[in-house]
Design a protein around this ligand. Sequence first.
Ligand code: 5GP
Length: 206
Amino acid sequence: MNHKSGAILVLSGPSGAGKSSLLNKIIGDIGECYFSISTTTRSIREGEINGVHYHFVSEEEFKKDIEDEFFLEYAFVHGNYYGTSIKPVKEALKTGKLVIFDIDVQGNATIINRLGDITTSVFISPPTLSELKKRLEFRSTDTQDVIDRRINMAKREMQRISEYDFLVVNDNIEVAADILKVIANAARVKIPANEINDFVRKWEDI
Ligand code: 5GP
């Protein structure tokens, strides 16, 4: 008799840490999930699809969405706005799904504040700063200026690892994926404080 309410898994970490590759590796082994598609004002990268990787909008549209309280959280990251829409998240939680967010450290702080008791947060780190530089340069979808900004941002984000439940170092992708799979499956059985009494009452009745 496992409890069935939805749960949240936050993944943060510098761009280049390998969050998307790790997620792609484990997605078939962690049960029913909803991956939250964020809205952003940053320009679309080669290979990205509007509505799949992000909802790409203008700054004007984004600000209108803030006014309309459309976001569960939003933040200004690397000179652009990024935000998580409330509505699909609520729907997914209602149907017992594991909702996965790829958001930055500011977003994680907001989610912990608002929905901390159903949230498990994971910081994914590249093994070293020099490896991160190598990965960002190899990816080469960004200009040197943007890469430098991401590296400085990464250094700042690494200072906030203690705000997370788990740290996964993505050195060997197979090993990191195995660890993340265990965490994602455990996130589903985290018990929200308001359900404990209910669960014990039902358990005693059976
Ligand atoms: P990128 O531009 O590389 O796709 O993402 C840049 C950063 O923005 C990453 O650290 C990513 O986790 C973060 N990010 C993406 N979507 C959201 C969001 O909806 N909210 C917040 N707070 N951060 C986000």
